[in-house]
Design a protein around this ligand. Structure first.
Ligand code: F6P
Length: 553
């Protein structure tokens, strides 16, 4: 781009792609898929992963044009600025270095001139030591009992990533074995029902509470933390906090003020965005307590493998770059506003909710990084469910209603295989049959001619016709382990960054979450004064006043 304030939509590369949409609209995936050379060129392998994007509404020419767009957006420079610790999160004047959280011990990654890798490893070593003490029972609770259960209190990025990883690995045989006799729970919602659910069946004597908050000011987390502190001190006395509560935060002063010993706090840094923090103590501490540090280290290694691939692989073979460019193509040129994340793996049931935050909090923006209003949409509506459950829910719309590009994620080897005598295939083969069938059903559809040949009655033909030409991509993982979960995480994190870099936005701030929080503060104040002093409500519109009055009555 000519200057930093130019918008990507003003470049020749963008205009070229706009014009190219007309060519693509003349194609159908049915025909594109018959070209084996094209399909072969749209398969990428890296470190055990296989990506197949041949069912995207794209030709070899489209890919060339997208690579030109990457050039026009200065993608190479932007990626390199990210890994060099430049303050690319300009509205908060911060580096964006979540990749440093999983870098090998001897790597050098600098923020503000200082290598951050030794600090990262100091915290990792501290977590290793602490989690071994808890797991071995050498650290005991106030009444001398080992702490076998953990409740992690946090919300948003201090919750969704750790929950996703926990859910993904808990049935992996190695992780299952290492977590024997232990429980890990997550308290996120300020709804008191979530507190009740999470302490149900737990004994404060054997429970460790980990308060996870980057800022240590988030209203929901702090109230939940105070609620669990009360639960512990009521049962065990005030001094029990020292043994039963630890914290993860960038704000160690507030941790101490809350009453948690700073020695029992695990730091991270302002160059880690909340939604990118699962590889910091935010995720590593609770997961190490549950599974042991060595399992979690494999997760970090998987993510690191993708970091290196992302940094050093030419764009035409770079998995996060290809995925990011294709998403820009789908959103900005083909006009598809949503994306479905469809893992054929129950263990990945919390993957879509996590990516929803990573993607939608990062890329749902209305202005460029320089503050210019954008004449094009950014971000997409991400949602998803594991297959085959989703097939019995929202796939009808995906097949015959709105066009929604789909990410199909499949696993070659099940974590928990079942082979029943007398069945045609194993349970996992049954699951995966659907994984392989759905993308073709979307791409090819079914024509009225085919239905006629099947003697479908005339009146049903319109209802049974599938237009096809619906894009998807397939990602096949060899197995679901801590390592491959790390790979999957990093692929999606970097894909979101690529999209933001091309759109020319700041994917690393989240001002859009602030206004609602401010308004809630005003409501909170008035609820308090109305309940305690009978003060009349003021300053709200007719609608909010009516609702509040009904609530207070
Ligand atoms: O509500 C948005 C947000 O700021 C997220 O970006 C963040 O992950 C979450 O709140 C929790 O913040 P904290 O870790 O500071 O409690």
């Amino acid at each position: 781009m000519a200057s930093s304030t130019a918008l990507i939509c003003d470049t020749e590369a963008w205009k070229d792609l706009k014009g190219h949409v007309e060519d693509i609209n003349k194609t159908h995936l049915r025909d594109l898929m018959s070209d084996a050379n094209r399909c072969q060129s749209m398969m990428m392998e890296f470190d055990g992963l296989l990506l197949d994007y041949s069912r995207q509404r794209a030709t070899v020419e489209t890919m060339d044009k997208l690579l030109n767009l990457a050039k026009a957006a200065q993608l190479t420079e932007k990626i390199s600025r990210m890994f060099s610790g430049d303050h690319i999160n300009s509205t908060e004047n911060r580096s964006v270095l979540h990749a440093a959280l999983r870098a090998p011990k001897d790597a050098v990654i600098k923020a503000d001139g200082k290598n951050v890798v030794p600090e990262v490893w100091n915290v990792l070593d501290k977590i290793k030591d602490f989690s071994e003490k808890i797991r071995s029972g050498s650290w005991v609770g106030a009444t001398g009992k080992p702490l076998k259960d953990v409740v992690a209190v946090g919300i948003g990025g201090s919750f969704l990533g750790p929950l996703f990883v926990h859910t993904a690995i808990q049935t992996d045989p190695e992780a299952l074995e290492s977590a024997k006799g232990r429980q890990l729970r997550f308290l996120a919602n300020i709804d008191p029902v979530d507190v009740a659910r999470n302490i149900n069946g737990l004994n404060p004597e054997t429970t460790l509470v980990v308060v996870v908050s980057k800022t240590f000011t988030t209203a929901e987390t702090m109230l939940n933390a105070r609620t669990l502190r009360e639960w512990i001190t009521t049962a065990l006395g005030a001094s029990a906090v020292a043994k039963h509560m630890v914290a993860v935060s960038t704000n160690l002063a507030l941790v101490e003020k809350f009453g948690i010993d700073p020695n029992n706090a695990f730091a991270f840094w302002d160059w880690v965005g909340g939604r990118y923090s699962v590889c910091s103590a935010v995720g590593v501490l609770p997961l190490s307590l549950q599974y042991g540090f060595s399992v979690v280290e494999k997760f970090l290694k998987g993510a690191s493998s993708i970091d290196q691939h992302f940094q050093s692989t030419p764009f035409e073979k770079n998995i996060p770059v290809l995925l990011g460019l294709l998403s820009v193509w789908n959103v900005s040129f083909l006009g598809y506003p949503a994306r479905a994340i469809l893992p054929y793996s129950q263990a990945l049931e919390k993957f879509a909710p996590h990516i929803q935050q990573v993607s939608m909090e990062s890329n749902g923006k209305g202005v460029s990084i320089d503050g210019l209003p954008l004449p094009y949409e950014t971000g997409e509506i991400d949602f998803g469910e594991p297959g085959t459950n989703g097939q019995h829910s929202f796939y009808q719309l995906i097949h015959q209603g709105r066009v929604i590009p789909c990410d199909f994620i499949g696993i070659v080897k099940s974590q928990q295989p079942v082979y029943l005598k007398g069945e045609v295939v194993s349970n996992h083969d049954e699951l995966m049959s659907n994984f392989f069938a759905q993308p073709d059903a979307l791409a090819y559809g079914k024509t009225p001619e085919q239905l006629q040949k099947e003697n479908v009655s005339e009146n049903l033909i319109p209802h049974k016709t599938f237009s096809g030409n619906r894009p998807s991509l397939s990602l096949l993982l060899p197995e679901l382990t801590a390592y491959s979960v790390g790979q999957l995480l990093a692929i999606y994190e970097h894909r979101v960054a690529v999209q933001g870099f091309v759109w020319g936005i700041n994917s690393f701030d989240q001002w859009g979450v602030e206004l609602g929080k401010v308004l809630a503060t005003q409501v909170r104040k008035q609820l308090h004064s109305s309940r305690t002093q009978g003060t009349a409500l003021e300053g709200f519109n007719y609608s909010t006043t009516t609702l509040l009055k009904r609530y207070l009555e």
